[in-house]
Design a protein around this ligand. Structure first.
Ligand code: ATR
Length: 275
């Protein structure tokens, strides 16, 4: 998807994947920086470790406490840090700036795929792991009015609820299932990844027809059991592929300074994931 985006923008760049041991992460980032890479993406388990390893953090990385995108930068003649793409020579002094494009991708996916603006809405979130916590905080930041948290390990949901309550005291956060209709059900658990997995919620506690829209962060399989029953019940549905797409598109925008060709990237991503 990134190489398709890069090509469509007419850039003579390449996006490559490297496997790095967590204990070598600092050396890997410095190596890329010394070789004047334009930037990097990082994935599990590097995102949190990298926060301490970059020279500057964008507001998004500070807010979410994780870095999934790095842009290398050098100083221009006015002593202002600029992206490396703007320099034709190889600058001596460079720095790494960390960004996070994951959280915004969640809400963009919900907005564009489900046509849902979260402000003032009620949401049920399943899962309180890494992805669930970020999603919960992002839903709160977008202005949901009621947030229901369900997780196998209730203590983790309680910790997320506490964090949200501290930051957004006006938001109604509850551990457990809603008693009324909700606008959104968001699955951030790993249930559904494997064939034969149970549904990520208890059917006696929630009727899927009491939900307007369902977003499943899982994208493989394309249609989880959750999405299947939701579709059959008439809910609007979307899978997690768009989250992957939008976090990548935003990263490409950060590196290039240009509007990313999202449709081109989507087509290639879908072809690669679904064949
Ligand atoms: P991620 O970074 O994708 O969020 P994670 O932090 O391991 O990964 O979180 C996985 C989520 O799926 C958690 O909410 C986890 O529940 P626990 O917090 O109780 O572990 C949930 N999950 C994984 N396997 C599950 C299962 N068999 N039943 C119910 N929930 C499960």
């Amino acid at each position: 998807m990134q190489n398709a985006g890069i090509n469509a923008l007419g850039l003579n760049w390449r996006y490559l994947a490297f496997e790095v041991h967590p204990e070598d992460l600092r050396a890997a980032i410095q190596g890329a920086q010394r070789m004047s890479f334009i930037g990097l993406n990082l994935t599990v388990p590097h995102k949190v470790l990298a926060v301490e390893m970059v020279d500057a953090l964008d507001a998004s990385a500070k807010l979410w406490g994780a870095v999934n995108t790095i842009r290398f930068e050098a100083k221009d003649e006015h002593d202002v840090w600029r992206p490396l793409r703007e320099f034709s020579d190889v600058p001596r002094e460079t720095r790494a700036q960390g960004f996070n494009t994951d959280a915004d991708a969640i809400t963009r996916a919900i907005r564009e795929d489900l046509n849902l603006d979260l402000f003032g809405k009620k949401a049920l979130l399943l899962g309180a792991g890494g992805a669930g916590r970020t999603a919960a905080l992002k839903l709160a930041a977008e202005g949901v009015v009621e947030l229901y948290l369900v997780n196998r390990t209730q203590a983790k949901a309680a910790a997320v609820a506490k964090e949200i309550q501290r930051k957004w005291p006006a938001l109604k956060v509850k551990i457990g299932y809603p008693s009324q209709r909700v606008d959104l059900l968001l699955n951030a658990t790993s249930l559904g990844l494997k064939e034969g997995d149970p549904l990520p919620f208890e059917e006696e506690k929630l009727r899927i027809s009491d939900v307007n829209a369902v977003y499943d962060m899982i994208y493989r399989p394309a249609e989880t059991r959750l999405l299947k029953i939701a579709k059959e019940a008439g809910c609007r549905t979307a899978n997690g592929l768009s989250m992957l797409l939008y976090q990548g598109a935003k990263a490409l925008e950060i590196w290039t300074g240009q509007t990313p060709p999202v449709q081109v990237m989507r087509r290639v991503l879908e072809k690669n994931v679904y064949g």
